[in-house]
Ligand binder design. Structure first.
Ligand code: DX5
Ligand code: ZN
Length: 221
């Protein structure tokens, strides 16, 4: 397991996204939250903006689709240049078929679960995915408080990945910052999305370095 930090552009200055990407060149990914105002009560950006961001980003794009009908829309985000595309288990009609399509197009495929969704029914699908995203807040907005009960989901996801012998990443998203990242790492997360903790700080690069250090210190080796 290698610690990876994925700053979320949701908390960045939306009028200066290229500069905000340049500020996190030391991160592993740029996390891009796509919301459609249906799956979640918020609206962000879509394929055209992702395509523009992919052209200027110093790090690969990790697209988190909080949208209805990902079966229809997700492949377009690979075509737009995202290196990883994660869709929600609650929204997908045919998650295996969709994951295979994303991989065939050349991206990593991720499956996300909301904080109250049971992960167990999806653990048999591990071989089809590269990432499991455990939402640690209700999806839709940045800056929310971390939900502690989600750590048991992170633990169960990590146990299943370890038992499978597969190299599936366990990502956490929501309320991840200096006060919570160590608990996430100790529970078995290895990819850490952070919006407010990175873009809400004075120095984004320093925030990335600080989060990385904390996660590495708490990681079970
Ligand atoms: C929320 C998004 C997150 C969001 C996290 O639905 O999926 O990626 O940007 O923001 P923070 O880190 O501020 O909780
Ligand atoms: Zn996200």
């Amino acid at each position: 397991m290698r610690v990876q930090i994925a700053p979320s552009l949701l908390s960045a200055d939306q009028a200066r996204l290229a500069d905000e990407l340049a500020a996190i060149a030391s991160a592993d990914w740029a996390h891009v939250d796509v919301m459609d105002n249906h799956f979640v009560p918020n609206l962000t950006l879509g394929r055209a903006v992702v395509e523009a961001l992919a052209k200027v980003s110093p790090v690969p794009l990790d697209c988190h689709l909080m949208i209805e009908d990902p079966d229809r829309w997700a492949p377009g985000y690979v075509e737009a240049g995202a290196a990883s595309v994660t869709f929600h288990a609650e929204a997908a009609r045919a998650p295996i078929r969709l994951a295979r399509e994303l991989r065939a197009l050349g991206a990593r495929a991720g499956l996300a679960v909301k904080p109250t969704t049971s992960i167990e029914p999806y653990l048999d699908l591990l071989p089809e995915f590269d990432t499991l995203l455990v939402m640690t807040v209700e999806p839709g907005f940045g800056g929310q408080a971390f939900l502690d009960h989600t750590l048991s989901t992170v633990r169960r996801a990590r146990e299943a990945v370890t038992a499978s012998g597969l190299d599936v990443w366990v990502q956490v998203d929501g309320g991840v910052g200096p006060d919570t990242i160590e608990r996430c790492a100790a529970a078995g997360a290895d990819v850490f999305v952070a919006g407010t903790a990175v873009y809400g700080s004075e120095d984004a690069a320093a925030a990335v370095a600080g989060l990385r250090r904390l996660a590495e210190g708490a990681h079970p080796h």
